[in-house]
Write a protein that binds this ligand. Structure first.
Ligand SMILES: [Zn+2]
Length: 135
């Protein structure tokens, strides 16, 4: 599983990580130290905490909203990559696609189709995946 910050993005501001970037994170979402400091300051006082009581996009221009969309897409991709890596770790621990499907609420076959191939590879065709499925 990839642990370094290079190429990762902050799920809060969209900054792209370098070898010197520090991220905290979990469940595929990451936060950079600047955002940790910013949100710590906001959450530390009742007056600034009120900033979080209304949606942050209420004060964004249409252009800012558009510029945010690819960052959201990249965050979703990062979370999906993390999920794939997590499943690979589970598989290396000899947990079955059936075990993984049970906790995700989907079939073993659905897990296999989604996670058995390396990241960034084209989707497997349905007939081929049925013939090659394994637990
Ligand atoms: Zn950030």
């Amino acid at each position: 599983m990839e642990f370094g910050p290079d190429g990762k993005i902050c799920s809060f501001c969209g900054v792209i990580g370098t070898s010197r970037t520090k991220f905290a994170g979990g469940l595929g979402a990451l936060i950079c130290t600047d955002c940790v400091d910013k949100y710590h300051a906001i959450l530390s006082s009742p007056s600034t905490r009120r900033k979080l009581e209304r949606p942050w996009w209420d004060v964004m221009s249409d252009e800012e909203m558009l510029e945010t969309l690819p960052k959201i897409a990249r965050t979703a991709e990062q979370v999906d990559d993390f999920m794939h890596e997590w499943v690979q770790v589970l598989r290396s621990r000899k947990l079955s696609y059936n075990d993984i499907g049970r906790v995700l609420g989907v079939s073993r076959q659905a897990v296999w189709e989604r996670f058995s191939r390396p990241l960034k590879e084209a989707p497997v065709d349905q007939a081929k995946s049925s013939a090659n499925g394994s637990s």
